[in-house]
Design a protein around this ligand. Structure first.
Ligand SMILES: NC(=O)c1ccc[n+]([C@@H]2O[C@H](COP(=O)([O-])OP(=O)(O)OC[C@H]3O[C@@H](n4cnc5c(N)ncnc54)[C@H](OP(=O)(O)O)[C@@H]3O)[C@@H](O)[C@H]2O)c1
Length: 507
């Protein structure tokens, strides 16, 4: 196993350099973080704990306040009690934890209102204003269903809440997928949001990009000399990206059945991962250079064809119900809970390399990983010991435990020449002596600092929709039935045939 303990500090230094390059918040400024939809799960379980982590590490200015906004009736005290339930002291010594939490909670406030009412946002303004004296910046997080983003943005605009003085104060908004359901609806949403917030101030979050291992992709590729010379179709045989869940859709039927697996995770998370794997070396680490390089990949992926796609839907297995027996799902639903596909990146670097993507719910494991399989050795000096040499494989595991492994052939110790496939294995949990930040911590901090490289630009979003919109429309117009697969299995058998048609097999 690699020993990377001493490298944690160096890595932190790189992040800090990156952040400070675009920092525009001074210590004496006020910062208001407004969570619209503060009564929801995302706010309570992820966003407020992330804000507390940032606060407890000293990242927030002295005049920092959090304002929760939603329709549910709640007093400030009730809101604080709900927030307190999910806070954990990951960065504070235990003896100081209670005091730090109490300090943070005293900075949390709640305003009840309607999402489409300028008056409600005026109430929010009246609550914020006395605490914001002097130069104040505002970060809005829309933790609400996207169907009401535009109403909220309009009402905020009418209430005069979206103000900024260029170079002095800013108002930024973070929004989270799904951004539309195809190219047209995504463009419409972008256009309507742009009436309230300029693109410069819109931060489209993809929490996968906040994961440490995903950020490590760039470092792995461009800070090490050993990978880049091999990172092309001459040496790489195939790239596979897998996202599996071993549970069904649970209580998310209303949302999921409308979107399906391609819109839920492939068009966004998996395309972002693919673009980081396939992109050219960016000229610099700034947001524009990185996002230009990712966009270039997305633009070179031809629209997915139906013959390169397999869709599936889980069916009853023992106590686990079929997809269309789940509460809230129509019995004749043809929404895929699984999809496997082969994409191409039409780029000299990637000639002849299939990019196989698969994602599904109700499968046999919970895992998200990237596998890059190199071409097998053409001549085998060791044919006496092993008739064919296994190909090298680089595995980057995002979930459940972050890890990077390189599969290599090694000699088994002993007096005979015996070869075996072995792994050089870097596991984050044991290799680095640091607390691994939650994805939302880094992303919220980046938004506060105006650092956009991990947020999705509108042209990236449009390019990702262009890959999937035609096939999504075809699936829906023809009501193509997904292939059933048993809950808890590998997924539909046709996925294996798809890989075989592209000359490979699932790893
Ligand atoms: N949870 C996650 O991990 C996750 C992951 C990816 C993306 N997201 C995105 O983040 C958003 C928030 O996530 P969440 O899990 O917190 O969602 P949620 O609990 O369903 O909704 C958040 C709040 O929005 C309000 N709301 C819900 N449905 C509404 C409707 N139809 N019309 C008006 N208001 C409604 C509710 O507050 P009031 O009734 O009090 O107003 C609710 O507490 C999601 O919509 C999704 O787009 C979440």
């Amino acid at each position: 196993m690699f020993n990377a303990r001493n490298q944690g500090l160096c890595y932190a230094v790189i992040r800090n350099i990156n952040y400070s390059a675009s920092m525009d918040l001074e210590g004496k400024d006020a910062l208001s973080v407004i969570i619209v939809g503060a009564s929801g799960d995302l706010a309570r379980k992820k966003l407020l704990p992330a804000l507390f982590s940032l606060y407890s590490q000293g990242f927030m200015p002295d005049r920092f306040h959090v304002f929760g906004f939603a329709r549910s009736a709640m007093s400030h005290e009730e809101f604080r009690a709900r927030v307190g339930e999910h806070l954990t002291c990951r960065y504070v010594p235990e003896h100081d934890c209670e005091r730090k939490m109490a300090e943070f909670l005293s900075r949390c406030h709640y305003v009840q209102g309607s999402y489409d009412s300028p008056d409600s946002f005026m109430d929010l303004y009246q609550t914020m204003k006395p605490l914001e004296l002097g130069r104040a910046h505002r970060l809005y997080y829309l933790a609400i269903p996207p169907s009401i983003f535009v109403d909220v943005a309009r009402a905020m605009g009418r209430a005069g809440l979206v103000t900024c003085t260029p170079g002095k104060t800013w108002s930024r908004v973070i929004i989270e997928k799904p951004f539309g359901s195809d190219r047209e609806s995504s463009d419409r949403m972008a256009h309507e949001l742009a009436q309230a917030f300029p693109e410069r101030d819109i931060y489209r979050i993809d929490h996968y990009l906040g994961k440490e291992i995903i950020q490590n992709l760039l470092v792995l590729r461009f800070a090490n000399t050993i990978f880049e010379p091999l990172w092309n179709g001459r040496c790489i045989e195939q790239v596979q990206i897998t996202w599996k869940e071993n549970i069904g859709i649970g209580s998310r039927a209303g949302y999921f059945d409308e979107y399906g697996i391609i819109r839920d995770v492939i068009q966004n998370h998996m395309m972002q991962i693919l673009s980081l794997v396939a992109m050219e070396r960016p000229a610099t680490l700034n947001a524009q250079a990185i996002r230009d390089a990712k966009l270039d990949v997305l633009k070179h992926i031809p629209p997915l064809r139906l013959e390169d796609l397999v869709v599936g839907q889980y069916r009853r297995n023992g106590k686990n119900p079929s997809y269309n027996e789940e509460d809230g799902v129509p019995r004749d639903s043809v929404t895929p809970s699984y999809a496997a596909m082969a994409l191409r990146v039409d780029h000299a670097r990637w000639q002849g390399v299939p990019f196989l993507i698969r994602a599904g719910k109700g499968l046999n494991a919970r895992c998200n990983e990237i596998r890059i399989r190199f071409r097998p050795a053409t001549s085998n000096l060791f044919s006496g010991a092993l008739s064919s040499l296994p190909a090298n494989q680089l595995v980057i595991r995002v979930q459940p435990d972050e890890a990077v492994a390189l599969k290599v052939v090694s000699k088994v110790p002993g007096l005979k020449l015996t070869l075996a496939e072995t792994e050089l294995d870097l596991r984050y949990a044991t290799a680095f002596n640091v607390v691994i930040p939650e994805a939302y911590e880094g992303l919220i901090l980046d938004a506060i600092r105006g650092e956009k490289s991990l947020f999705i630009r509108s042209d990236e979003l449009a390019a990702a929709w262009d890959i999937f919109t035609p096939v999504l429309h075809e699936l829906e117009q023809r009501r193509i039935k997904p292939e059933p697969y048993d809950f808890g299995s590998e997924g539909p058998a046709a996925a294996g045939d798809l890989a075989a048609r592209h000359g490979v097999e699932w790893l």
